[in-house]
Ligand binder design. Sequence first.
Ligand code: LMR
Length: 330
Amino acid sequence: MRKLVLGTIAAAMLATSGLAADYTMKVSHVVSASTPKGKAADFFEKRVEELTGGKIDVQVFPNSQLYGDGEEIKALVMNNVQVIMPSLSKFTSVAPQMQLFDLPFIFRDKAHLYNVMDGEVGKTLKSFVDAKKQMIAMDYWDAGFKDFSSSKKPLIVPEDAKGMKFRIQSSKVLEAQFKAVGGNPQVLPFSEVYSALQQGVVDGTENPLSNFYTKKFHEVQSSLTLSNHGYLGYLVVMNEQFWNKLPKDLQEKVSQAMKEATELERKESAVEDAKIMDELRKYSKETGKLEIIELTPEQKQEWKKAMSVVYPKFYDVIGEDLIKKAIDTK
Ligand code: LMR
């Protein structure tokens, strides 16, 4: 009975809050709510609702619940969802120049990456997305550097990748990167990666640690190579029609909430990487089922040499100047 009463009160409160809201903002993403992106999306929900006094009701849908890869950009353009934050690789069909972020070994470290993202190159790249119908490019969010994983041969030198099938995101640069080392890349939506690895549809993949761990890919891979060979980040985009309908004061509050969420997201990504590494080392030691490989500087250099051959292939698509500017950024 008590449960029933409490349930009724909660439902009534929800209905009231739904009525009170002037706008509903659906936010969709494909990763777990416990990743830096998932946490920042939930924080954004909380802050928008707080700052607008509930005038905007934000609803976050993680784990491809609402839209998966390949659907979310279309859904945003149709205003069926108002905010998405796909990885930069998934903007290939919208703004192929974004593939700059996929170039292997382009960033020396996080400081270099942030200087590129927050500087002229990042702004130019955002403007290509902004110019598209119904898209407002908001902030870059961070997942981290990617590592290789495999269920076959551990990946230590580039030759180890020969003949192996790799899951990739929908990016031509990533396709070229794996082909450069003799691998067979295959585009798959994120929601299908676990089963594809489990069933041997693909042998290996590349992920930032947060995605690798929260989706339990370590259960279906036998080695993880700490290669840090590439980067995975996001661009938060909002539907333009939705944004234009918001009164100026609410726009300012949404921007404020986004700014705070972006700061939190970057911090989370740094903290999570260290925590997850500890968890994975523990898992590896306790189960003996995951070999964690540290590369020597020489081995890393071999990967860099083998994969960097793809750069000139993308001078036309991305812009040679932009690539050089990113490399020369301090
Ligand atoms: C992937 O498909 O591997 C990532 O883009 C998923 C994500 O959103 O981090």
